[in-house]
Design a protein around this ligand. Sequence first.
Ligand code: PLP
Length: 378
Amino acid sequence: MKVYLDNSATTPVDPEVFEAMRPYFMDVFGNPSSIHSHGREARSVVERNRKKVAELLGTSPAEIFFTSGGTESDNTAIVSSVRKGVRVAITSPIEHHAVLHTLEALERRGEIALKYVQLTQGGAVDMAHLEQLLSTHKGALVSLMHANNELGNLSDVNAISMLCKSHGATYHSDTVQTMGKYVHNLTASHINMAVGSAHKFHGPKGVGFLYINGETKIDPFVYGGAQERNMRGGTENLAGIVGLAKGLEIAYRDMEINRAHITGLKLQMIQELKEKVKGVDFNGLSGDMDRSLYSVLNVGVPESAENDMLLFNLDIKGISVSGGSACASGTNVGSHVLDAIGSDPNRGAIRFSFSKYTTPEEISYAVDSLAEIINCRD
Ligand code: PLP
């Protein structure tokens, strides 16, 4: 049996998305910047899909910029804000590397001072400490993700955005893991910049978007042609943009039914793991259904010299998952997220992540396989 439980890393393209993209490779293929009819046709496709994305996210098309994905969108949000004069950035140690490595590089070059907000037990943002940092550093850039990709921890973007607004801070939220899983009303939320990546919601890889609220001024990041209203040079990924918009449309259309299905799978996995696998626990807030993404479960297993082989052993059984352990020695590269929340570095960690295509039988197979691996150890 082959079981894919790594949907936070990427998702398979929905056949409906694939069909929607198909005409935009050979039938409609013009360069959207060309002024002839082929180009104009392609331009109208880009703009129609920008409008669709904007409508789904409760914002205006002028605030949606297509990019090559989440990494580019995070880089753009951060680097461009710094070019516009931001001198202090506030983040957390459990952000995705697209955010952390960008901020750290800017700090190394002396362009910003970087401050880390404290996390409470389990890895939630300590709101009192955030307020303290915001009061001391007026006009800072705040970069705090909506859902953590390893743990599934959800942050309260509305509370953070209100706090940022009241302290004159610019709020960038890496929303890659929550796009298409929850309804985002970006205009109402006061988030300045948010991010989407199509391959996380059954769209194609290599295409994403950056939402920049109309009041937020940033500089172009990719210099070149006048595409994306002079913000991001480069010929648009026509078929990719169609696939992104279709993926998001389907995600919104089927959100309730998919959410109920995936939540059921997560509850099933929690229950079966507790019943069948010795010594399991759940990392961060991932076992808390109200405070974590419904599609992610990060499971801790007891200390063992064989933990290094966990993912390999699951792979042999046909199960694809992600892992990571807190890095204690500094000699091996562990998970910076588990490390930051103080996870026991001797325990093993496995991230299971589900999609609308995951079945209850696959969950049971994964649990039984893990039980076979763990329970027969000394
Ligand atoms: N941010 C988060 C939270 C992610 O999970 C990912 C993908 O793993 C990214 C950013 C990067 O997105 P992309 O793969 O589109 O560059």
